[in-house]
Design a protein around this ligand. Structure first.
Ligand code: P6P
Length: 308
């Protein structure tokens, strides 16, 4: 009798990571199932509130943030939670105090919900009870759950990057073991194109891509846009600094560090556009931002040459 495909549960066991980290990832995966169901089954709306970045909070933003907090706070697995939707860290009571600090963006790209584009939840995991003063290299795990035509979970526990697909009976089955990003690939996902009008070097980089007939793949959602680079195994995603976002738009703790770990574990490169690895950036404050260039090594090097 042929055994069924490897499940996420089996993979975590096979990876021989600590039990509490295994349980934590399993718990996050379960939360992803609930969010996936909710997205497909609720009317949309804006709560009339704003997050710390002054962005409108949609009904689902608040729901997903509360869901992640309420489950992880009482899991007995986390020491602290840092949410993209909140302006300070969420403390965990002694009764439930656990081993891992988790930074998360509960629903990245939520502005795309009303046009039915793919969006995702992003998680970054550190061992211990702090995140400030640490670099992205100290993460012990990074994962995202992407809510598209299919719900997929892409994970690294620093043993490569792997994709799991959620099936009809609620199991995550391994769909791609050892995702690999090739050294080059003519696909580009250029965030903040309006930066071209004032950032001459970004303008030059854009012209390079167009002149060399690169294929454009950009949705406005970091999760699907980087998922495209990972699953096609080539190309690059960029979000530069600009006058509006002098340090870039994307957040280090909740978006750039976890995505950089997933990309590097797949053999790709992740820098700030000046040669500095994203994973070497130290977490100095919760809402820290950075320009980000991720994908095929040679494409990042070419982008840095032009942006340099
Ligand atoms: P823009 C979504 O709001 C997000 O934080 C990322 O998911 C995405 O990469 C970026 O912003 C898109 O920004 O300027 O294209 O809307």
């Amino acid at each position: 009798m042929e055994p069924g495909p490897l499940t996420l549960h089996d993979y975590l066991y096979e990876s021989k990571i600590e039990n509490d980290l295994r349980y934590l990832i399993d718990t996050i995966a379960r939360i992803g199932k609930q969010i996936s169901y909710r997205i497909k089954s609720v009317e949309l709306g804006v709560t009339g509130t704003q997050n710390v970045f002054g962005e409108d909070q949609k009904t689902l933003d608040v729901y997903t943030n509360d869901l992640v907090k309420n489950i992880l706070m009482k899991s007995g697995l986390v020491s602290m939670l840092v949410s993209e939707e909140e302006d300070k860290a969420i403390e965990i009571s002694d009764e439930y105090f656990g081993k891992y600090a988790v930074c998360f963006d509960p629903l990245d790209g939520s502005s795309l919900i009303d046009v039915n584009f793919a969006i995702g939840s992003i998680f970054s995991v550190y061992k211990g009870d702090s995140v400030l003063g640490r670099t992205g290299d100290e993460q012990v795990a990074a994962l995202y759950i992407m809510y598209g035509p299919r719900t997929t979970l892409v994970l690294t526990v620093k043993q490569g990057t792997h994709e799991f697909i959620l099936n009809d009976v609620g199991e995550y089955h391994l769909s791609r073991r050892g995702v690999k990003i090739e050294k080059e690939g003519k696909i580009f996902g250029p965030g903040d194109i309006k930066a071209c009008s004032i950032n001459k070097k970004y303008n030059e980089l854009m012209r390079y891509w167009l002149k060399n007939k690169y294929k454009l793949r950009y949705s406005g959602g970091m999760v699907p846009d980087i998922n495209h680079v990972l699953m096609k195994g080539k190309g690059l995603f960029t979000y530069p600094s600009s006058k509006d976002n002098p340090n870039g738009k994307l957040r280090v703790l909740f978006e750039c560090h976890p995505m950089a770990l997933l990309v590097e574990q797949a053999g790709g490169k992740a820098t700030d556009g000046t040669g500095k690895r994203i994973l070497e950036i130290e977490n100095k404050k919760l809402d820290q931002r950075t320009p980000i260039y991720v994908g095929s090594e040679k494409e990042i090097e070419k982008a840095e040459e032009i942006m340099g």
